[in-house]
Design a protein around this ligand. Structure first.
Ligand code: ACM
Length: 528
């Protein structure tokens, strides 16, 4: 009898073990249920609210793309079927969803379309990792109730250093959607190149778009306004807001190459690095650029950068117009000039009903708290995070360690960043915790979320970009979505193994943290 009980116990344990929820980010409540549901070409998708037609179409497309099965979209209540519905859930978060999979049918409910979308993303993760038999795709039954930890789950892509183009960006957006990200921060202007078409100032792209980080003479690459609209619409279908960054007053080299009249000079190491804050015409020029930018991005948020201005603002000291500005406005030093500039440019966003987003150099500015978001990036300066919070700003956390994806992920990697010998392996990224940060107990509601930044100095090929992004994107997703008390590194690693199989299937050039030599680091100089 004892032996039989023991065998039964071991069987149950192994069943539970085999039933690890394979979804990334791990849902906050995920319970295995006996049985399985079979999806085949006669399984209908039934949407119970007309506004869910888009989500039904999205599911249909994704199932077709990944399994070759064509589901039909129908009305009615015929079983077995996949039902999509909007209902009031007990969870107040507007991105919450329930996903119930039973042998007789699948039901996805959310209190908003966005919630339903996340439910079908979880379903797609199960579909993609399930066996395809003659009868169809056999998905194990689950009971999932889920909602995100953070409202900002972001990824930044720098296309000034290297330009990747619409196809690659859409592919990244697809993976972002798959892992339930909702903010794509697009770094479009910087020293090597200006990548956004501005009709009022065509030289920004015709001249400023020439060159990249590794080839100063590379022919002009940039996004036309039409391409930007296409990408923004593509992201919107996946509930991802696109937020452009037009970096100022520093990192302005490409714009200054096109329109030198607005340059405020630079330094020996960073020539023509800044705009000229002493000229009224600079503000008119930049405001016109922001007005066109706003028209392309319905997110109603523009990131104005504001980082590292001291790299190249020394010429401001000798500039007559800057000197006059300082006198007229009682500005004591160059930091005060920088602040004046940022405030004036922020005002030009506020009249467009946009929020201003800035790197943590602006943590102690007096910008309006309800229209400003600060990005804490200097991990070695936690005081910038504290300052931003103490000053009442909402904050997105993207400290270089562990969230800069241009940093290498293992000690043998040759091309990429390090900080004091430290770098960003997937375990460190996964183990990121807010508990060690200077966040007061009453300040957690100011933390909007998390993002990783893909600076692309070392990434001039699509394969290198993918190598730096995959699979670290999975750890980032879980940091941003899953509650800290649900996280578990061992289980996570098992789930990552499932994702690596998908990357292989989809021709993604990923880094393999379990066997790094399997995928060699792409060399500098390989093809785009
Ligand atoms: C930054 O990395 N300069 C924001």
């Amino acid at each position: 009898m004892k032996n039989k009980l023991l065998i039964a116990f071991l069987f149950l344990c192994s069943y539970a073990f085999a039933q690890q929820c394979p979804i990334i980010p791990l849902p906050n409540h995920c319970e295995a249920v006996a049985g399985s549901f079979i999806i085949n070409s006669s399984t209908p998708v039934i949407f119970e609210k007309p506004e869910l037609q888009k989500e039904a179409n999205y599911l249909q497309q994704e199932v077709l793309k990944t399994t070759g099965l064509t589901l039909s979209i129908q009305s009615g209540s015929k079983l077995p079927a996949i039902f999509l519905n909007i209902t009031r859930l007990s969870e107040k978060n507007s991105s919450a969803y329930n996903l119930e999979i039973r042998p007789t049918g699948v039901r996805i409910s959310g209190s908003t379309e966005q919630g339903v979308f996340y439910g079908l993303t979880s379903l797609m993760q199960l579909v993609r990792q399930s066996e395809i038999k003659n009868s169809g795709v056999v998905i194990p039954c689950w009971n999932i109730k889920d909602a995100p930890r953070f409202q900002w789950r972001g990824l930044m892509l720098d296309e000034s250093r290297h330009f990747f183009g619409t196809k690659t960006v859409k592919n990244i957006i697809d993976w972002m959607a798959y892992y339930k990200f909702n903010k794509f921060h697009w770094h479009l202007t910087d020293m090597p190149g200006w990548r956004i078409e501005i009709k009022a100032y065509p030289l920004l792209t015709l001249v400023g778009g020439v060159g990249n980080y590794t080839d100063h003479l590379a022919s002009a690459r940039y996004y036309t306004q039409e391409e930007i609209r296409e990408i923004v619409a593509y992201a919107k279908e996946r509930f991802i807001d696109v937020i452009p960054e037009i970096d100022m007053p520093g990192h302005a080299t490409a714009a200054n190459k096109a329109y030198p009249a607005y340059s405020g000079g630079g330094s020996a190491k960073f020539p023509e690095f800044t705009f000229n804050p002493g000229k009224d015409s600079t503000y008119l020029f930049l405001s016109a650029i922001l007005k066109e930018t706003d028209a392309l991005f319905p997110s109603q948020m523009i990131h104005l950068g504001g980082d590292e201005v001291h790299f190249g603002n020394e010429k401001w000291n000798q500039n007559e117009q800057v000197k006059q500005l300082m006198q007229k406005n009682n500005l004591a030093d160059l930091v005060a000039v920088e602040r004046y500039f940022t405030k004036r440019m922020a005002d030009s966003l506020f009249v467009l009903n946009n929020k201003v987003l800035l790197w943590d150099e602006a943590a102690d500015s007096d910008l309006p708290r309800d229209k400003t978001i600060i990005f804490w990036w200097r991990h070695d300066r936690p005081q910038q995070l504290k300052k931003a919070l103490d000053n009442g700003f909402p904050v997105v956390m993207c400290p270089r360690l562990p969230f800069y994806f241009d940093y290498v992920q293992d000690s043998t990697q040759r091309y990429g960043g390090r900080w004091d010998g430290k770098f960003n392996p997937i375990d460190k990224l996964y183990n990121f915790s807010t508990s060690t940060l200077p966040i007061g107990t009453n300040q957690y509601n100011q933390i909007m979320g998390i993002q990783a930044n893909l600076w692309t100095e070392s990434m001039q090929s699509k394969s290198k970009l993918e190598y730096m992004l995959f699979p670290r994107i999975t750890a980032l997703a879980e940091d941003a979505w899953t509650n800290e008390d649900q996280k578990d590194l061992t289980g996570f690693k098992e789930r990552v193994k499932g994702q690596l199989k998908l990357y292989k299937k989809d021709d993604v050039y990923y880094y393999n943290p379990f066997n790094p030599s399997q995928t060699p680091e792409p060399f500098i100089g390989s093809e785009l």
